[in-house]
Design a protein around this ligand. Sequence first.
Ligand code: NAD
Length: 425
Amino acid sequence: MAGTGYVGLTTGTCFAEIGHEVICCDIDKEKIDLLNKGEIPIFEPGLKELVKKNVNAARLSFTTDLKQAVRDSDVIFIAVGTPPKHNGEADLSYVENVAKDIGAAMNGYKLIVEKSTVPVETGKWIKKTIQAHNIHGFEFDVASNPEFLREGSAIKDFLEPDRIVIGVENEKAEKILKEIYEPINAPMIVTDLNSAEIIKHAANSFLSMKISFINAIANVCELAGADVKMVAKGIGHDKRIGRHFLDAGIGYGGYCFPKDLQAFVNISNKLGYDFKLLKEVESINENQRKMFVEKIRNTLWNLKEKEIGVLGLSFKPNTDDIREAPSIQIINELQKDGAKIKAYCPGGMENAKKILKDIKLCSNAYEVCENSYALLIITEWEDFANLDFDKVKHLMKRPLIIDGRNMFEPKVLKSLGFEYECIGR
Ligand code: NAD
C-alpha cells in the first residue's frame, strides 16, 4: 500500500484482516514510527484494535522503504493524496512519484492499482511512467479500484461495501483483483480503466449535488415559511430519490467532495465539456456558509469583542479530519469582524490547532458556552445531542443557538427559553 493516510491505512489494515499480507508504506517517517509503536496517527473508530490484531498476526507491517515494499509485493495499491492545485486541477505529482519508484523497483510481474481518486486517463499516465523507469522491462498491469469508504465508518464501509468497482485491461488483472476481494460479499462491477476512474468522480459529484439540492430547497423553505426537514422526509420516501444526503445545513466539506468536484469540472473542461451543473453545485455550497455567517451577523449585530462559541470543528462527526471543513471558513469570517472564538470538537481539536489561529480551544461543550453571545453548531457530533440545556442557558451571556446542522427541534429549544436559528425551517 503506497500511502498510509486515511485510505491507505484503513484499506491496508482491512486487506490484512481478510487474510492478505500487507506492507503499508509512507514517506512520512513520523507516521510510520508511530504505527510501528502501535499508535494510530488518525482518529477512526475501531482502527487501532484492528491494526494491533493484524500486526500481531504478522499480516500487517509498516515501512518508509517503498522500493523494498514493491519488490516484496505482487500487487501495489496507490493510495497517496491527490490534492487540488490552484486552478482546481488534481495535483498528481504524488501519484507520479510513486509510479516512478514502482517502475525503478520492479523485479517481476506486478499489478499496480489506483486507489486514490484520480481524473480519468490517470491510469494511462501511470502506465507510461512505470514503463519509462522499468528498465529491465518486467511485465505489469495497471488497474483502477476506486475507494468509497467514509471517514468515521471506514472499516465497515470497506468490509461491507455497496459495491466494488474494478477497472482493468485484461483477464489477468481482473482475476487477481477478484481473488483479493473474494472474502468480501458485495457486487463487483468490472469495467475498463477510464470508466472506473469516472465512476468515482461521478459518485462524489452526485452526492454533492444531492446536498446542494436540498440546501437550495432549504433556502426556498426559509423564504416560504416551510420546513426543509419535512420536505426531505416527504421526498426521501420516494425510492427513486432516497433519504440519504438530504440533510440541509452549511454544506459539504472534507478532503473528498470539494476537491473531487473541482477536479471533475476541470477534467471535463479539458476533454471539451463545460459541466455547468457541477459549477452550480459548488456555488450553492459556497453560498450556504456565507449565508450562515450572515445569519450570525443579522442576529448579533456587531461582532467585535463578542465571544462566540463553536461546537464541532471536524468536517463531519466521528473523524479528526478538518481538511476543507466549513468550520475554518466560518471562524475566519467571524474573526475578521473581531469576534472572539471559543471552540470544542470531540475529534478535530489536534488538527484545528495547526490551522486555526487565535481561538480558545475548550475541554468541553459547557466551557464553550460560558459567557458566549451565541452558540454555533457546526458539526453534528452525537455528543452535542444530549446537552443539558438548562446548564447551557445559564452559562451563556445570551441564550442564542445558531444551528448549522438542524440538530434540534426549533419548538423544543424555544420552549426551553432559547433563541434558535437553523437552516430552512
Ligand atoms: P492522506 O493525506 O490522509 O494520505 C496520503 C498519504 O500518502 C500521506 O500519508 C502521505 O505522506 C503519503 N504519501 C505521499 N507521497 C508518498 C509516496 N511517494 N510514497 C508513499 N507515501 C506517500 O489522504 P487520504 O485521505 O488517505 O486520501 C488518499 C486518496 O484517496 C486521495 O486521492 C483521496 O481523494 C482518496 N479518497 C479519500 C477518502 C477519504 O475519506 N479520506 C475516501 C475515498 C478516497
